[in-house]
Ligand binder design. Structure first.
Ligand code: SAH
Length: 354
């Protein structure tokens, strides 16, 4: 099948000028690519297996390919990163700093349990949203990640743990809906080529006007998590500068449309900051907004970052917040972040190493 110039295909040029990395290409695209290089079609399947199953980092490693062709391809990129730093927490969570082809550094986390291996992936280098409690937000924005750079994070964790990845959360650095085309393309490839169920993938967003609605149109089976963090507009604007241009009312209206269009329930994330958004009246206000909404609230006790002095609430107030929501019929859970010992909150590891 020839490569179409549509948005879902990539330009896998065999010329040395525009070398789009091969990672993220489908079996059909890889087959077309090997054929364009004068090789038989079955080499496409070999290439596909070496990239997605054997984790080949360079074409010269693919020993089933003819030696001369391998030499010709020696510097053609597959698109893999290198592990720049690796930090293992006592609970076996591993935080990685991965170095990209242009030497930018991103953070990725592997979170194992008995029956799951979850990868927390980044979607951007840095983040422009500047949420006040977020370490990544304090560092500013550098660039979007390419599709292959997102897929690579999953393969890297899978190889390092020597275990299949079962779940993916887009909760690393960056705002995925500001890089929606690459994130959606990566999700499709992670599903089709790496074999991860879409229902085991969660995309977390702080909300960008009209983007949640547009995401719904793609009819993916992923879980959408929306970072709410406040029970009213005034408080939300204080914590999330971008909320100024996007009222809570409009955000929730888009979320309702998402549920209607996709028939999938969504998660609201709510970082608990002591004395700020964790009081009984906040729980009450939140419950009013979410009454009858097909959703689930995920409370995240704040992980301290160096730049600001918010506090994590004590267990008693966390419990009180949970009870206040439950009493009002809201489904709720608390997420205790793993791997804190590996270097405080997410984003902090990179901040301390660049
Ligand atoms: N840009 C996306 C992904 C960000 S990270 C989003 O905003 O949803 C995933 C979650 O971690 C978000 O809900 C984010 O608000 C939260 N988070 C960021 N910094 C945190 C911190 N210091 N403590 C607890 N949660 C934090």
């Amino acid at each position: 099948m020839p490569l179409a110039a549509g948005e879902n295909s990539q330009n896998l040029s065999t010329q040395s000028t525009a070398k789009a990395p091969l990672l993220g290409a489908s079996l059909a695209e890889l087959t077309a690519w090997v054929e364009a290089s004068g090789q038989p079609a079955y080499r496409g399947r070999q290439l596909y297996q070496w990239i997605y199953q054997k984790g080949a980092r360079h074409l010269r490693e693919i020993t089933v390919f003819p030696k001369q062709w391998r030499e010709e391809l020696a510097d053609f990129p597959i698109g893999r990163s290198t592990i720049h730093h690796r930090s293992v927490a006592p609970d076996e969570t591993i935080k990685y700093l991965l170095k990209l082809a242009d030497n930018q550094i991103i953070e990725t986390v592997g979170i194992p349990t008995a029956d799951r291996l979850t990868v927390c992936v980044s979607s951007q280098v840095g983040c422009p949203m500047a949420c006040d409690f977020c370490a990544t937000g304090k560092g500013g924005f550098i660039r979007n990640l390419e599709k292959h750079e997102i897929i690579d994070q999953v393969l890297t964790v899978q190889e390092d743990f020597k275990r299949r990845v079962s779940h993916i959360v887009f909760m690393g650095m960056g705002e995925p809906l500001l890089n929606a085309d690459n994130v959606i393309a990566a999700i499709k490839s992670l599903n089709q080529d790496v074999g991860i169920g879409q229902r085991s993938i969660t995309l977390s967003t702080v909300g960008i006007p009209n983007r949640i609605r547009r995401l719904a149109e793609h009819q993916l089976q992923v879980t959408l998590a929306v970072s709410l963090h406040a029970s009213n507009q005034k408080l939300r604007q204080k914590l999330i500068p971008s909320a100024e241009g996007y009222t809570l009312e409009n955000l929730l209206a888009e979320c309702r449309e998402y549920v209607k269009l996709t028939k999938r329930r969504l998660t609201f994330e709510y970082v608990l900051l002591a004395g700020l958004n964790d009081l009984p009246e906040h729980a009450e206000e939140l419950a009013k907004h979410l009454r009858g909404f097909q959703s689930h609230v995920n409370l995240i006790p704040y992980n301290p970052i160096q730049e600001v002095d918010y506090q994590r609430p004590n267990p008693k107030s966390i419990q009180a917040f949970v009870s206040a929501l439950k009493q009002r019929g809201i489904a709720v859970s608390v997420r205790y972040s793993r791997g804190l010992e590996a270097d405080a909150a997410c984003g902090q590891l990179r901040a301390n190493h660049i």
